[in-house]
Design a protein around this ligand. Structure first.
Ligand SMILES: *Cc1c(COP(=O)(O)O)cnc(C)c1O
Length: 344
């Protein structure tokens, strides 16, 4: 890995971050807060939230088994994705390399930040060729974007190919593990010391059932996390979100139950889908959705919309011709989907 200073934008490396009232006071035993121009009424919403979310991080650390200093919390993973560009890429000069197809936000944030976005196609079976990806990198490549299990293909990438990139690439490697709770593959967040250039993304939006609160996580070396914290908005995770995050993190058994139920349903939906006349192929899934190839994706999509059932049409996505992406719902929702498709 190159020196982190070399990978960081110069203005960001030199940045003196905004120092808010709650940053400057970190002592205990305070009773009277007259430091932040807050309104003394309307408790508890009158108070600014903890800018570094220490309580929440303590719980995340416990549940995810990652040290607090290695955790960044963002307004969804989307904030972490955007921050990677803002911290580490020079607009119009640097580039990033990503697998194709994958999650759309990596490219949108590249475009917003005016950073060249290079793609390396997955193989026809959606597997990753690490050597091919490394060949697309040059001295201006700052970030490699990997997503495993990948969206929209649903498969986990081969760990050895990811390791090849972690070892062979001199910049930062993001491994977005938004769906890792649904996969039997070993996650990368326990390997932060082994790979100083890794940034692992997790989210509350999928297994944790909390897309509405907007909270995502990045796990990385303390040095990388410190830079992200310096650039983020001071109060990026609001009080309501922090409160709900604490509640749900205190109930990981409930989350485990959801995940197990969804995985059972996934097996059932896959088996049933293969019996449908319209089905051409069901791709293997390590996530809470399946990618299926059908006879006529647009027609099937429109038919389902007409019945009030919305799936994702991925027909025009690279390597996904004729494909729909279908989230696994409750048993009755999945029944409704399958029943509708049987009578199509
Ligand atoms: C759903 C998803 C996320 C979650 O994004 P949030 O902003 O945390 O809701 C992140 N990465 C991938 C690949 C996803 O599919």
């Amino acid at each position: 890995m190159k020196e982190l200073k070399e990978l960081t934008r110069e203005n960001i490396w030199n940045l003196a971050p905004y120092s808010c009232a709650r940053n400057e006071f970190s002592g205990k035993n305070a009773r009277v807060y007259l430091d932040a121009n807050e309104n003394p009424y309307n408790s508890p919403y009158n108070r600014y939230p903890d800018p570094l979310q220490l309580e929440v991080k303590k719980q995340v650390a416990r549940v995810k088994r990652v040290a607090e200093e290695n955790i960044f919390l963002g307004n969804g993973s989307d904030e972490a994705i955007d921050l990677m560009y803002r911290c580490f890429t020079e607009p119009k000069i640097d580039n990033v390399v990503a697998i194709d197809p994958t999650y759309g936000m990596y490219k949108v944030c590249a475009d917003i930040n005016d950073v060249e976005y290079r793609t390396v196609s997955l193989q026809a079976d959606f597997s990753l060729d690490g050597d091919r990806l490394l060949q697309a990198c040059d001295s201006h490549t700052k970030i490699v974007w990997l997503c495993s299990p990948n969206n929209p293909t649903g498969n986990a990438l081969d760990r050895n190919e990811i390791v090849k990139i972690l070892n062979g690439f001199e910049g930062l490697v993001v491994v977005d593990e938004a769906y890792s709770d649904f996969s039997s593959q070993q996650p990368f967040r326990f390997d932060l010391e082994k790979y100083p250039n890794i940034v692992v993304l997790n989210t509350m939006s999928k297994a944790w059932g909390s897309a509405g609160i907007r909270m995502g996580m990045a796990f990385a070396s303390k040095e990388i996390i410190d830079i992200m914290n310096k650039v983020k908005y001071p109060y990026n995770i609001n009080s309501l979100t922090q409160k709900h995050a604490l509640d749900i993190l205190n109930d990981p058994y409930e989350v485990d139950k959801w995940v197990r139920t969804i995985l059972l349903e996934r097996t059932r939906v896959v088996d049933a889908f293969k019996m449908l006349p319209i089905c051409r192929k069901v791709y293997p899934s390590d996530a809470n959705f399946i990618l299926v190839e059908v006879n006529d994706a647009q027609k099937t999509y429109d038919y389902l919309v007409d019945k009030g059932i919305i799936v994702r049409n991925r027909n025009s996505v690279h390597l996904c011709n004729g494909c729909l992406r279908i989230t696994i719902g409750t048993k009755s929702e999945n029944q409704e989907l399958l029943a509708a498709l049987r009578t199509m």
